[in-house]
Write a protein that binds this ligand. Structure first.
Ligand SMILES: C[S@@+](CC[C@H](N)C(=O)[O-])C[C@H]1O[C@@H](n2cnc3c(N)ncnc32)[C@H](O)[C@@H]1O
Length: 258
């Protein structure tokens, strides 16, 4: 009997291994039935290394909560939050190849997650707000990052927004005045002034990396879209809450002004 079971287990392992190969290359390193999907990841055991910082900033019990994972990739975070008892996890990504990985991973891990092929720009069409919205590792892939942040703040975030972005340049945060005269130029040479690098061609061999903010800029953009930053469990990760009065100071200021 033992030999039969071992043979079945070996067959299962082989079929999972071959499916992982078929669905690759993987950005998320998941462990599926003991087999890693991206053991040679250039960032190490990713995104588990990021999760180790983030996991204590999210409640351990998510019973009754709805979660939206934007740009879910192979679903690492969706799976972790579902394992914490979230009532509903909806995971979206614009890339069908990553969604196929995520569907397979959820099946192997036996977690009930809904997947949808969709761009973050179209999130308003979901017609629903979620208790926890993850927007990890996506903003710098967008040509219109503030459009995305404003759309998410307006249409899908009920309360919690968990954000991560690749950042480059200064990590320093310093205070700046509300306003400066036109003659002021020196602040723009300060490394800690909020700034975002535009990548015209490619960065890290990835032509979908468009905008890379410094840390101050990532924070400023979040505030400008109506989020207040509650904590920063890692230098490039921000746990935010949507401000109740976001319309009064956010992107709408330009249209509201005379
Ligand atoms: C660097 S990965 C981050 C994956 C995951 N959120 C994480 O933090 O590990 C970026 C993901 O965003 C997805 N993506 C890029 N542009 C998108 C868009 N406009 N709408 C939805 N997903 C997008 C990519 O397909 C990819 O899966």
């Amino acid at each position: 009997m033992k030999t039969v079971n071992t043979t079945i287990q070996k067959d299962q392992q082989l079929s999972i291994h071959s499916k992982i190969q078929d669905l690759g290359p993987w950005f998320h390193n998941l462990t599926l039935n003991g087999i890693q999907t991206a053991p040679e990841h250039f960032l190490g055991d990713y995104p588990n290394i990021k999760w180790q910082h983030l996991k204590t900033a999210i409640p351990e019990d998510l019973s009754g909560k709805s979660v939206l994972d934007l740009g879910c990739n192979a679903g690492f975070y969706s799976i972790e939050l579902k394992k914490r008892g979230a009532r509903r996890v909806l995971a979206i990504d614009s890339d069908p190849a990553y969604l196929a990985q995520a569907r397979f991973a959820a099946e192997v891990k036996e977690v009930d997650i809904e997947f949808e092929e969709m761009s973050v720009y179209d999130a308003a069409t979901l017609g629903e707000k979620f208790d926890i919205v993850l927007f990890m590792g996506v903003m710098y892939h967008l040509r219109y990052p503030l459009l995305a942040l404003d759309t998410l703040a307006e249409h899908v975030v009920k309360e919690s927004f968990i954000f991560q972005s690749l950042t480059r340049g200064s990590q320093e945060i310093s205070g700046f005045d509300e306003d400066y005269p036109f003659s002021e130029e020196a602040i723009f040479t300060e490394p800690s002034y909020p700034a975002m690098y535009f990548v015209e061609k490619s960065y890290a061999h990835d032509p979908t990396n468009w905008w890379i903010p410094n840390r101050a800029c990532a924070q400023a953009m979040l505030r400008s879209a109506g989020f207040s930053i509650i904590s920063s469990p890692d230098l490039d990760v921000f746990v935010c809450k949507l401000e109740a009065d976001r319309g009064s100071h956010s992107s709408f200021k330009s249209v509201n002004r005379p």
